[in-house]
Design a protein around this ligand. Sequence first.
Ligand SMILES: CC(C)(COP(=O)(O)OP(=O)(O)OC[C@H]1O[C@@H](n2cnc3c(N)ncnc32)[C@H](O)[C@@H]1OP(=O)(O)O)[C@@H](O)C(=O)NCCC(=O)NCCS
Length: 177
Amino acid sequence: MIIRPTTADEADALAAVHRAAFGSDLEADLARDLIRDSAYVPALSFAAEEDGVLLGHVLFTRAWLNRDDGLPGFPLLNLAPLAVLPERQREGIGSTLVEAAIALARESGEVGMLVFGDPKLYGRFGFVPAATCGIRTPHPAEPEWGWQVLELALGVLGTPGVLEVAAPLDHPELWRA
Ligand SMILES: CC(C)(COP(=O)(O)OP(=O)(O)OC[C@H]1O[C@@H](n2cnc3c(N)ncnc32)[C@H](O)[C@@H]1OP(=O)(O)O)[C@@H](O)C(=O)NCCC(=O)NCCS
């Protein structure tokens, strides 16, 4: 298996991985919309591939932490969506994709990451619930602790503020686990 960057012309093939993994068109359409969005961060969006078959995909878009104190906010990276083909789940592919992206983000001088997901899955990478750090979302989420942050540069987690995510992700119905 290889982990590699993706190209814009494979958006449909990547969307198919999300459709299979989530069992719905919602995340597949979301992945396609995010790839077209100005907030898309192609450099950190990786595919897992084996013998020419796509097994998994992780996608990142730019997000912001708008600080309560009015000082310039922090640019963050929002991880969503993440998917691995159902028949290849629980083999470590999802973790490998997330770890590859975190390593490159760190190397690139990014200050923090954001995800809406299960802490059981993301806690192992160092994500902590955003609410415990004074970081809030513009709409209520269920569960509230579903939004999590990972500090890559010192300071982000101690800075209260409100998150701003790419337009295709800014829908409370996506924030229900
Ligand atoms: C979530 C997903 C991407 C994980 O990929 P994966 O390749 O199966 O993950 P890994 O094999 O690296 O497993 C990582 C760990 O997370 C756990 N895990 C996997 N899916 C999980 C989930 N939905 N919730 C909580 N924990 C999960 C695994 O049990 C494993 O823990 P373990 O090592 O203690 O057994 C994959 O299961 C998937 O595509 N699921 C459907 C789509 C989805 O829910 N995406 C995430 C949305 S935030």
